[in-house]
Design a binder for this molecule. Structure first.
Ligand code: ZN
Length: 241
């Protein structure tokens, strides 16, 4: 099976469409949450994922967009403005799709979460101690997660944790070692590379391959300005930070 793994699309339809156009043949699409928030096209992004038959999990922005708990309280001013706009404009069908997303999914050897296995909505896996605790918290060999918007791998190598920073074309061979795998962000990359980031799993070859895809950033930015989404969110797409 070839499976596309997409995370943190953040209502960026232009980026998502560029990714879809680059996919080639895949048997499945998995997403790791934050389908909405920040960007201008929440309804269309949810519709596109439905059209692909994608399955996935709930991110903090998805939760906030459908008013789950007090999630919006944790956002900075710009993120909150964008999420309030999202909440006010999404169609009921979109809200229902977001509300139905589970916090975690098990697919074969993979656990899918947005943040981390022990706190699926909010925890950031950015350090070895958190990665180690995350690997202890899963029952599968591998964990796919997003939330940081930075492509990364933490691999348990005989008790010591190895950090790998995948670039375009990087291939990770999946073996008996446990790994935390982050595909990076489709809609708002933060690793200094502005191109959309995702990965493809090949379960026959036991490989994960990262890909970067340029997209029409100006088109997304123009739409965001039209909708008066916060300028800082518009500008950061240029820098990939
Ligand atoms: Zn996100």
């Amino acid at each position: 099976m070839r499976i596309a793994v997409l995370s943190d699309i953040h209502s960026n339809l232009v980026a998502l469409d560029a990714v879809i156009a680059s996919l080639g043949t895949v048997d499945a699409v998995w997403h790791l949450g934050d389908v909405v928030g920040y960007g201008p096209e929440p309804d269309a992004v949810v519709e596109r994922l439905d059209g692909l038959g994608a399955v996935g999990v709930r991110g903090n922005h998805d939760a906030a967009a459908v008013g789950r708990g007090d999630e919006a309280e944790y956002f900075n001013v710009d993120a909150r403005r964008a999420i309030e706009w999202t909440r006010a404009t999404i169609r009921p069908a979109t809200a229902a799709r977001l509300a139905a997303l589970p916090e975690r999914l098990l697919e074969g050897d993979f656990t899918l979460v947005h943040g981390s296995p022990r706190a699926p909505i909010w925890e950031y896996v950015t350090s070895a101690p958190v990665a180690r605790a995350s690997l202890r918290a899963i029952e599968t060999r591998y964990c796919l997660h997003g939330h940081t918007h930075v492509p990364a791998v933490f691999r348990d190598d005989d008790g010591s944790l190895e950090l790998i920073a995948p670039r375009d074309g990087s291939v990770l061979h999946l073996d008996e070692r446990q790994v935390m795998i982050n595909p990076g962000s489709v809609g708002q990359p933060r690793d200094g590379d502005r191109d959309a980031s995702y990965l493809v799993l090949d379960t026959e070859r036991s490989e994960a391959t990262w890909r970067r895809v340029p997209y029409d950033i100006a088109a997304t930015q123009a739409r965001m300005r039209e909708l008066r989404l916060p300028e800082r969110l518009v500008a950061r797409l240029d820098h990939g930070l």
